[in-house]
Design a protein around this ligand. Sequence first.
Ligand SMILES: NC(=O)c1ccc[n+]([C@@H]2O[C@H](COP(=O)([O-])OP(=O)(O)OC[C@H]3O[C@@H](n4cnc5c(N)ncnc54)[C@H](OP(=O)(O)O)[C@@H]3O)[C@@H](O)[C@H]2O)c1
Length: 181
Amino acid sequence: MAEATKRYLHTKISLFCFTFFPEFVVAFFFCSFRYAVVTGANKGIGLETVRQLASNGITVVLTARDEKRGLEAFDKLKESGLTGQVVFHQLDVADPASVASLADFIKTQLGKLDILVNNAGIGGVGLDSDAFKASENSGGGEGANIDWTKFLTETYPLTEECLQINYYGSKRTAEALIPLL
Ligand SMILES: NC(=O)c1ccc[n+]([C@@H]2O[C@H](COP(=O)([O-])OP(=O)(O)OC[C@H]3O[C@@H](n4cnc5c(N)ncnc54)[C@H](OP(=O)(O)O)[C@@H]3O)[C@@H](O)[C@H]2O)c1
């Protein structure tokens, strides 16, 4: 079929749909958008995940527990021209009220969710960064050869915080958002 004929038919069919089935057309239009949430997205893997999803035409909710750090990350993306597909919302996965507020935002403002990236997390250990840097400078090994026991400390409060964020925070976020997926 010639290109001009295809275009003519496409226009005619679109006009017909808009005239007789406007609700269907509007519903189809909104369904064709895809929405993602990335937790802990003000830096690191989370921020890069937002960038990649947005670069692929997905509308992404960039979330961060600290509003200032989140908005700074949002501004970084704005500089690379991605703000059209990125919105910011505060989210501390360790805070049930914050998770509920995000779920409400998605439900009322976006209507649905397609992708949840449960990225927020902490290492749950203390790092003696001065000793680590000194060891690096004196050629103390790389990757698997590093003796981490010299630089890392594990304490009960840090382990508890890690469980609260990495396990219960992810679980809480999934439970609140899966019904919208
Ligand atoms: N990079 C690795 O080699 C590696 C290896 C194993 C697992 N991981 C896991 O992969 C994920 C990303 O790693 P990454 O290297 O990108 O880590 P990262 O640079 O430390 O980023 C972690 C992100 O999680 C956020 N976060 C921490 N607690 C939170 C909370 N309660 N609510 C919401 N956000 C919170 C941090 O926010 P703040 O800036 O406010 O702290 C930050 O934005 C983490 O879960 C990490 O544990 C990474």
